[in-house]
Write a protein that binds this ligand. Structure first.
Ligand SMILES: NC(=O)c1ccc[n+]([C@@H]2O[C@H](COP(=O)([O-])OP(=O)(O)OC[C@H]3O[C@@H](n4cnc5c(N)ncnc54)[C@H](OP(=O)(O)O)[C@@H]3O)[C@@H](O)[C@H]2O)c1
Length: 281
């Protein structure tokens, strides 16, 4: 029986992934904010006779302290984690700050992934087949990174923010794989394909219309999860791999530049050093 932790597991692709793993007999920890959505996940697990293998861990992952709390809990509750699936998303047409003072998308899409992946590396390393799965869009141009203003204090553009989030995921993966080189952890960046999900977020009227069109064009969630399961069941041998759906993305090219990854990691450590108490405080 594997143990999987799924952020964004209360909705969309994450919820279906949770259900699929429960069907296979695995243990699943689902993280999200909504207790109403969590009830639906619980009900589905109960129908499968898998309620005792599901834990719902409510958390607002856009907050640094909440990520530390989640890490502390998971480290003490589970001797090993086999799959860490990073799928929390929230689109914002307008810029918002978290209570920590971080731009909200930067906090949820990037800082949370950073804190969870690094914070759980030791627990992942105790699995015989550990894997971090980041559902992002790998391989875009490094020029998508707004180095001078990573949190878009000036000229907030939600699409530029989303593209940057994908690039930050790429660089997080590069630095993670170097930092945990002997852990046996495989890091998989996977764009599952346009999928008809809830597209959780706060949308302007214009963006809401765009998203409604995406929902109409998107593949069913089942198809996205079937693809994800194929990748999880047959992971690439390399510690870092990336795919646009089923097409491999070259992780040795400029888009995955080590110097840029180290630059981002150093900047992140500085930001977090000023963001209050760390884990086990
Ligand atoms: N759908 C697509 O076409 C597509 C394409 C490529 C990549 N992806 C990626 O696949 C992943 C899943 O996407 P999706 O479309 O299935 O998402 P979704 O249906 O919009 O669900 C988003 C999930 O994120 C959680 N979430 C949002 N804000 C949160 C917060 N502050 N703290 C904790 N959890 C939070 C939501 O839970 P609560 O509401 O309970 O907080 C929900 O479970 C994302 O990483 C997305 O970028 C999706």
């Amino acid at each position: 029986m594997k143990t999987a932790v799924i952020t964004g597991g209360t909705d969309g692709i994450g919820r279906k992934l949770a259900q699929t793993l429960l069907e296979r007999g695995d243990r699943v920890v689902v993280i999200g904010r909504s207790s109403v959505k969590a009830e639906a996940v619980h009900a589905a697990a109960a129908r499968l006779g898998a309620a005792d293998r599901l834990e719902f861990l409510p958390a607002d992952l856009s907050l640094v302290s909440e990520n530390h709390r989640v890490v502390d809990h998971l480290r003490s509750a589970y001797p090993a984690i086999d799959i860490l699936a990073l799928g929390a998303r929230y689109y914002r047409s307008s810029r918002a700050l978290t209570a920590d003072g971080f731009e909200a998308s930067f906090a949820l899409f990037y800082l949370s992934r950073y804190l969870l992946a690094h914070g759980l590396a030791e627990t992942l390393g105790r699995s015989t087949t550990p894997i971090v799965l980041d559902l992002s869009g790998p391989g875009g141009d490094l020029a998508r990174i707004n180095w001078d203003d990573l949190q878009f204090a000036r000229g907030y553009d939600p699409d530029a923010v989303m593209h940057q989030c994908g690039k930050l995921s790429d660089l997080l993966a590069v630095a993670f794989v170097r930092a945990h080189a002997n852990s046996g952890i495989r890091y998989l960046l996977l764009h599952p394909g346009l999928t008809a999900t809830g597209f959780t977020g706060s949308y302007s009227a214009e963006d809401a219309a765009t998203v409604a069109g995406m929902r109409r064009r998107g593949q069913p969630v089942d198809a996205a999860v079937a693809r994800i399961m194929r990748h999880l069941d047959h992971p690439a041998v390399a510690p870092l791999s990336a795919f646009m759906q089923d097409t491999p993305v070259d992780t040795t090219g400029a888009a995955f530049d080590m110097a840029a990854a180290e630059r981002l990691a150093a900047h992140t450590r500085e930001l977090l050093a000023g963001a209050g108490p760390g884990p086990h405080a």
